[in-house]
Design a protein around this ligand. Structure first.
Ligand SMILES: [Zn+2]
Length: 498
């Protein structure tokens, strides 16, 4: 099978044209200009905003002027990931798609991400727009920029720029799925600080670690009962009951990743080391047993360091050490609630993504980064406030506490009564004889950002089947492109009164 033979041609030809134009996130000028020129040449109304978002407008077919306006939305940018040996220059080189020689049901790129996420969405929207044989109400295409690295385009879409009230987001990754909701998020950070104390000369220094955990994405993996390496280490140290001088405690790499490893440096009186080692080992065994198959690789180590290997004798005193561990342990973390109306879907969760704590210039400082997610804005806010209040209680133990919110995105709360959803389910059933999965994602989507700005929009997210997006293994299933496009075309027609 050649690329030029793939059906539907209307979609694949446009996708292959997009592949020729470099369009990594933050570099959408060329593709935005190309699509604007192309639309103007066809006589469509074109607007480009400051964020380089593109709105292309096509009038209704005669007699369909009063049908509800439909917005076909997709993002212009793609994630630039190349295999280590590829030498691909994402600012200059075209993506080179091909039918996978090992599995000809799929199209892949040569050594890079394919950009079907979301080039296929753009191609399908253009194909609908340019299809002279399709009768429809007022149609708009909204092509956004930089979805993959901050959703800047979606954030910049202003009220009044679009007339439609039905939005089809074509950024889905499974053609048997309709997405009707997504989580909003709050990233909140706190810094707890106080003067460090000098520890007794004879103090023995010990390194404690947790490792081997599965971790994962704090959106999609938070319901799997996996351990948070940082909180587990705090719990282990506290449970020993042995007075400790905490010198540092660190874990995690990002707000949206469940920490897999953590490490602490603690001082202990030489006479208490054996007690510490014994209690630590016992507590680790309990946690290992508790986690079981949910996180089977868990390990914890306690290592006595050589004398003189820790410079300077500053750390938290024993009471302050306990107060910090207590504050961390009392933070809510992980899965909070599932969707009551959608079995198997996560509604609310949070993740202590990173902790950096240690002594600098005589001051002990602990910085936390927590990400709260919920498909309910009210629950998201309540949980963020709970986190902030919990951290604030450290004040009572003598800590100076400062907090701030780094970012906040709105939720797209699922509406199972949506008229758009009902029509989409009917059309899907007529075309396939089957029911799609109706899902809400615990990750973020551009539709979440649209929700508060365009509260009257009825929205649905869908698209062809894409596997391994954001990696050089990204692939799109050829047959799913045809199915997804046929569905979108039919849905547009039906929503326009046909
Ligand atoms: Zn995407």
């Amino acid at each position: 099978m050649q690329l030029s033979d793939l059906e539907p041609k209307d979609v694949w030809e446009r996708f292959l044209e997009l592949c020729a134009v470099p369009r990594p996130s933050h570099h959408e000028q060329a593709v935005s200009a190309l699509l604007a020129d192309r639309a103007r040449a066809r006589g469509f109304d074109v607007r480009v905003d400051e964020a380089l978002n593109l709105v292309i407008r096509k009038s209704a077919s005669p007699g369909r002027e009063n049908a509800p306006g439909i917005i076909l939305q997709a993002h212009l940018d793609m994630v630039p990931q190349a295999a280590s040996d590829s030498g691909h220059n994402f600012l200059a080189d075209p993506i080179r798609p091909r039918v996978d020689p090992k599995d000809p049901a799929w199209v892949i790129a040569t050594g890079t991400t394919l950009g079907a996420d979301d080039g296929m969405g753009v191609a399908m929207a253009l194909a609908v727009l340019e299809d002279e044989s399709l009768e429809h109400g007022p149609l708009e295409c909204l092509f956004t920029t930089n979805e993959e690295d901050g959703m800047d385009g979606a954030r910049a879409v202003l009220p009044g720029t679009l007339q439609g009230r039905i939005l089809l987001n074509l950024d889905g990754e499974d053609d048997t799925e309709f997405t009707i909701g997504c989580a909003g998020s709050i990233r909140t950070t706190a810094t707890l600080s106080r003067a460090a104390s000098s520890v007794p000369d004879a103090t023995l220094w010990v390194e404690a670690t947790t490792a081997g955990l599965l971790g994962g994405h704090s959106g999609v993996d938070i319901d799997k009962g996996r351990a948070n390496a940082t909180l587990t280490l705090a719990r282990l140290l506290k449970s020993t009951g042995v007075p400790l001088y905490l010198r540092s405690l660190e874990g995690g790499t990002a707000a949206n990743a469940i920490p897999r490893e953590a490490r602490a440096l603690v001082g202990v009186e030489p006479g208490r080391f054996d007690d510490l080692a014994k209690a630590f080992k016992a507590a680790a065994a309990t946690i290992h047993h508790e986690l079981g198959a949910r996180d089977p690789g868990f390990s914890a180590t306690l290592t006595r360091l050589d004398e003189g290997s820790v410079a300077g004798g500053n750390a938290l005193d024993a009471v302050a050490s306990v107060s910090l561990l207590d504050t961390l342990i009392s933070l809510p973390n992980g899965l909070i609630q599932m969707e009551p109306d959608m079995p198997g879907h996560i509604r609310t969760s949070l993740n202590l993504g990173t902790l950096r704590a240690g002594v600098t210039d005589g001051v002990f400082e602990a910085s936390t980064l927590v990400m709260v997610r919920s498909s309910s804005d009210a629950e998201k806010e309540r949980l963020a406030v709970t986190v902030e209040k919990t951290l604030q209680t450290a004040q009572n133990a003598g800590w100076a506490v400062s907090q701030s919110r780094l970012s906040e995105t709105p939720a797209w709360t699922p509406n199972t009564d949506s008229e758009l959803l009902k029509t989409a389910l009917t059309v899907y059933h007529e075309l396939t004889g089957e029911e799609p999965k109706v899902v809400s994602t615990h990750g973020g989507l551009e539709t979440g950002l649209f929700r508060p700005v365009f509260p009257h929009w009825d929205m649905l997210s869908l698209g062809p089947t894409i596997r391994y997006p954001h990696s050089p293994d990204e692939r799109v299933e050829i047959a799913s492109v045809a199915r997804s496009y046929r569905f979108v075309r039919e849905l547009v027609s039906r929503l326009s009164g046909f």
